[in-house]
Each structure stands twice: as C-alpha cells, then as structure tokens.
Write a protein that binds this ligand. Structure first.
Ligand SMILES: Cc1cc2nc3c(=O)[nH]c(=O)nc-3n(C[C@H](O)[C@H](O)[C@H](O)COP(=O)(O)OP(=O)(O)OC[C@H]3O[C@@H](n4cnc5c(N)ncnc54)[C@H](O)[C@@H]3O)c2cc1C
Ligand code: SF4
Length: 383
C-alpha cells in the first residue's frame, strides 16, 4: 500500500492544462507535465483496496467499470509513491502495450470506479499512468526489444489502429513475423487520423510505430486489403491473418436537407484537418482518393453547428475554434446530466455526470458559456 493515511491527508490535484485562450492558437497538446513529487503525493492517495475496482474492467449496465485492459493500478501507484518509476513502468507495460496513448486519451473508467471516489475524489490514475510512460521514454528505458527467437510463422495484420498495433506487438513478441497492412498513407488508424493533435500529438504515435518497426514488425501503407491486394493473397502468403479494420462507417442523419452544402461527417472534417496538418497538399492516391476523405474543410469565419454532444463532437468544437469559426453551437439529443451521480447510476459504474471537456472549456473561456444545448433533436436542415 502506498501511504496508509494518504487518502485522508492529500487532496486530488488535476493535471494542469494550458490556458484555453492560448492553446486554441495552436495544435499542440493541451496537458502540461506534472512534477514527480506531485504525482508521488497523488499516488499516496491510493488505498490498495482489497478489491481494487479500478482495475476490474467489468461491464456493468453495459459500460466498462474499471480499466478494460486490467492495468495493475494499485501496484504502480505504490511504486510511484516510493519513487520506483522504472519498476512502475515494467508493471504498466505488463498489461498495456501503449500507455502513452491511453494515458493521454483514455476516458479513464478506472477513475470512475476508484473506491476513493465514493466519498471524495478518485486517485489521479490517468495522470500517473501518463507520467510513468513519459518518464520511461525520457530516461531512455523504453528501447526496442526484438524477440529472442523466431517461430517461423508469418502473420498479416489488416489495419494499423490501436487494435492492429497491439496485435502486432503481441504477435511479434511471441516470435512471429508480422506485417501490418494499412490503407491510409500513415500508420495509427484513428490515433493518427481521428483523435486531434491537441489530445494526442502524432509524434507520440510515430515514436511507438518506430519502436515496433525496430523490433521487427513490417508496416505497409497505402494498401487496402480487398482492393489493392486480394484477401486470398494474404491467406496464401501468411500462416494467419488478423482483421483489425475498425469501424469507418459513419452514422448518418437522414433528415430533410441532408444533402445541402456544408454538412459534413465529423471524420471528413477531423481527418481532413489532421491530414492537412501532417501532409500539407500531398496528392491522394489509393484509398485516400477513393474515399474522398482528406480535403481540408475549414471552419474559419463560419457559423458552425456541431450535432452530437459526445467526444467526437468535442473534437469538432476544439478544431473549429482553432480554425477561427465565427460562432458555434453544439446540439445534444439527451438531457443535461446531473452534477453528481443519479440514484440509478451508483459507484462503481461509469459516472454519467455533467463535465466540461476540453472543447467546451475552450469555448466557455472565450464566450462565457458551455456551447452545448441539450434535449435538441435535429429534424431538418434549412439552407
Ligand atoms: C474523432 C474520434 C476521437 C476519438 N477520441 C478518443 C479518445 O479520446 N479516447 C478513446 O479512448 N477513444 C477515442 N476514440 C475511439 C478510438 O479512436 C477507437 O476506439 C479506436 O481507434 C479503435 O481502434 P481500431 O484499431 O479498432 O480501429 P481504427 O483506429 O479505426 O483503425 C482501423 C484501421 O484499419 C484500416 N483499415 C480498414 N480496412 C482496411 C483494409 N481493408 N485494408 C487496410 N487497412 C484497413 C483503417 O484505415 C484504419 O487505419 C475516438 C474516435 C474518434 C472517431
Ligand atoms: S480503487 Fe482507487 S484507491 Fe482503490 S486500489 Fe484502485 S486506485 Fe487505489
């Protein structure tokens, strides 16, 4: 256990963020690093619960309660509290291939089910996770670790999002020769072309891809399996094929006026933006050209309506503000959640409570209010 009385002595401290007025001027990550000593104090708040709900990852009422990859959270909280960062990193990597991604973008169901959150604020698990792995890279502890032997088996992985990358990492570690096929021009799936830079810098993604390549994983971009390369070829050339193609299919809103100009799927907007930031005006070939995704859709000087109050909607808010939109409103079909848990949403369930995510926080800092309007159903587009 970290410090037996830590949860009574110390208050939770959230990681500092860059000021919204400043950060909307660029595409850099908005979280700031936290001092080691502060994180050690935060680690001291962990009670090393007999039943650590933080790492159960059980589905309760259809939602993940606790860490879905079963991170050994109390163990590394304790190690961080004691200053054993390298051991903490080893424990973290036991269950999580890419803590530098989850430490930045995971919604942290671990914190939602942390026992400390029953009576007060949960342990700052996500910040501690991120700091452990960031320190690991800074200190040079994370280096390529090619497998000591090769099995002689070849595996193809289709898709290079987090699922494909994790499958590749595990299979390579087991000694198989892995080739990852990706239809886009860059590796990473939605880590690269979905989640915007301010939440996850693309250098962080590339750093891990480079590490996997140095461990022996082969990456092939610009090849859509089933179009540019027949699936049968994979079955002939490999001992096994793992399909990690993600979802891609957007959810349409088939109401009157949907075909009017200026109505876009979130991914057209977000992906076009990230492509533009990363690639500039690189000509699109293969899947890029076929899909029609990838053009920059600028919100500069536009009146923007974001339909959907979830995380992707938030990314559209943050992106529109950075483009310099002239006005913005975000519509949410559900009613505004309560400030604290409702009776039918008890701990350790995922807490369905009102919060300002980064995009709404930025809007509020500029215009004084949350851009979301609740209980609004879009019935038709007029234009
Ligand atoms: C805008 C947005 C923001 C998000 N933000 C967060 C967040 O903050 N936190 C969080 O936890 N989750 C977030 N998510 C969800 C998260 O990104 C996804 O759950 C995750 O990326 C799914 O991983 P995946 O590997 O299954 O699929 P994907 O990331 O979609 O990767 C699939 C890959 O397969 C490739 N592919 C598909 N078919 C083929 C083929 N035939 N041949 C070759 N390649 C193919 C695709 O091009 C793609 O690169 C967000 C999602 C979106 C859309
Ligand atoms: S539930 Fe919270 S307090 Fe208990 S072990 Fe997990 S992080 Fe520590």
């Amino acid at each position: 256990m970290a410090k037996p009385t830590g949860f009574m002595e110390y208050q939770r401290e959230n990681p500092p963020d860059r000021a919204p007025q400043e950060r909307i001027k660029d595409w850099n990550e908005f979280h700031l690093p936290v001092l080691d000593e502060k994180l050690q104090t935060q680690g001291a708040r962990c009670m090393d619960c007999g039943i650590p709900f933080c790492h159960t990852g059980a589905l309760i009422s259809g939602m993940a309660a606790g860490c879905p990859v079963n991170n050994l959270i109390p163990e590394w909280n304790d190690l961080v509290y004691r200053g054993h960062w390298r051991l903490a990193l080893e424990r973290l990597h036991k269950t999580n291939n890419f803590p530098e991604f989850t430490g930045r973008v995971c919604p942290a169901p671990c914190e939602g089910s942390c026992t400390a959150g029953r009576m007060g604020d949960p342990v700052s698990i996500k910040s501690i996770e991120c700091a452990i792995v960031d320190k690991g890279f800074e200190e040079g502890w994370i280096v390529p670790e090619p497998p000591p032997f090769r099995s002689g088996k070849k595996v193809a992985v289709v898709g290079s999002g987090p699922a494909g990358l994790a499958a590749a990492a595990q299979l390579n570690r087991a000694g198989h020769l892995v080739t990852v096929y990706e239809r886009a021009n860059r590796i990473g799936g939605l880590l690269t072309y979905g989640i915007p830079n301010m939440k996850l810098d693309k250098k962080i993604v590339q750093r891990r891809v480079d590490l996997l390549a140095a461990e022996g994983v082969t990456f092939v971009t610009g090849v859509e399996i089933g179009k540019d390369k027949p699936a049968e070829e994979l079955r002939d050339d490999f001992d096994a094929v793992v399909l990690c193609g993600g979802a891609t299919q957007p959810r349409d809103l088939p109401i009157e006026g949907r075909k009017l100009k200026g109505i876009h799927f979130a991914m057209e907007f977000l992906q076009g933006n990230t492509r533009h930031l990363l690639n500039g005006r690189t000509p699109k070939v293969g899947w890029e050209e076929r899909s029609g995704y990838g053009e920059l859709i600028s919100a500069e000087g536009k009146d923007v309506i974001v339909i959907g109050g979830g995380d992707t909607g938030t990314d559209c808010v943050g992106t529109s503000l950075r483009h310099g939109c002239s006005s913005l409103v975000q519509l949410e079909i559900l009613s505004q959640p309560p400030d604290s848990r409702a009776a039918d949403n008890p701990w350790p369930e995922w807490p369905k409570v009102y919060k300002l995510d980064y995009g709404q926080e930025e809007y509020k800092a500029l215009y004084g209010a949350d851009p979301r309007q609740y209980t609004v159903t879009a019935k038709r587009f007029v234009g």
